[in-house]
Write a protein that binds this ligand. Structure first.
Ligand SMILES: CC(C)(COP(=O)(O)OP(=O)(O)OC[C@H]1O[C@@H](n2cnc3c(N)ncnc32)[C@H](O)[C@@H]1OP(=O)(O)O)[C@@H](O)C(=O)NCCC(=O)NCCS
Length: 221
């Protein structure tokens, strides 16, 4: 989706940025993990296929994706964005006749970042984005029956089980955004700052080159 191609969302512990070409190498490395393939029901892709996938996430009108960055590392402008990557979060518009229905997916790819509340924070940020920017009124999550952590997380976020597919060993959880859920989400996410992504990137690049320049000056004097 093009709508978020220049959007940066800053939360408490994470920063969400659009999925760009320079993220693909690290993403591809993550997806070599058999554990992640199993938990996310994904097939391993070649690097070229991963680049095509990134392009399709950007271009297709039914898909919206953000890369999750560790905010603390991202605030250190000496680090490249790729060094701050933690995972990704996606929204799919699954029903062409109902643009208010979306499937939500999240992956905290870096194991050391799991179990610290980041999954919950990112999912709510994405729900808030879906609600306010994409007009989503109902979210679904399709989760492997063995993925107890993910099932527990979505239930904590008030998703309810609506069906189990024994063939695919998958449960579908759903949340309809009624007035009270909407009010609470808007209230809880009021701290999220939306920024111009390209401007923020050039600001970080500028700081990096200033630092290199002053380092070069101090070593030459
Ligand atoms: C599933 C996943 C998104 C959860 O994110 P997370 O950052 O690890 O989870 P959080 O720390 O935000 O915890 C959210 C809830 O999940 C549950 N949870 C987290 N870690 C858990 C664990 N080790 N065991 C059981 N439940 C756990 C808890 O209910 C927790 O809520 P609480 O802290 O209020 O009790 C993340 O672990 C992940 O991406 N795993 C690998 C890929 C994956 O499974 N993706 C989902 C595919 S559907």
């Amino acid at each position: 989706m093009k709508i978020n191609e220049n959007t940066l969302l800053e939360g408490h512990r994470v920063v969400l940025v659009p999925y760009n070409k320079h993220h693909v190498d690290r993403y591809h490395e993550w997806m070599k993990s058999p554990e992640l393939q199993l938990l996310t029901a994904s097939e391993p892709l070649s690097l070229e296929e991963e680049y095509n996938m990134q392009r399709s996430w950007r271009e297709d009108d039914d898909k919206c994706t953000f890369i999750i960055l560790d905010k603390q590392r991202w605030m250190d402008s000496s680090l490249e964005e790729e060094q701050c990557m933690v995972g990704d979060v996606n929204i799919f518009l699954t029903d062409p006749t109902d643009p208010s229905l979306a499937e939500l997916e999240i992956m905290i790819a870096e194991p050391s970042y799991r179990g610290k509340g980041i999954g919950k924070e990112v999912t709510r940020m994405m729900m808030n984005y879906g609600l306010t920017k994409l007009g989503i009124g109902k979210f679904q999550a399709k989760i492997g029956l063995d993925n107890q952590v993910s099932i527990a997380m979505f239930k904590k976020l008030l998703f309810q089980e609506v069906s189990v597919c024994k063939v695919f060993k998958e449960v579908t959880l759903e949340l309809t955004v009624d007035k009270s859920i909407r009010m609470k989400l808007l209230d809880d996410m009021a701290h999220v700052k939306e920024k111009d992504y390209r401007q923020t990137c050039s600001g970080r690049r500028e700081l990096r080159s200033q630092r290199r320049f002053s380092r070069a000056r101090s070593t030459s004097s």
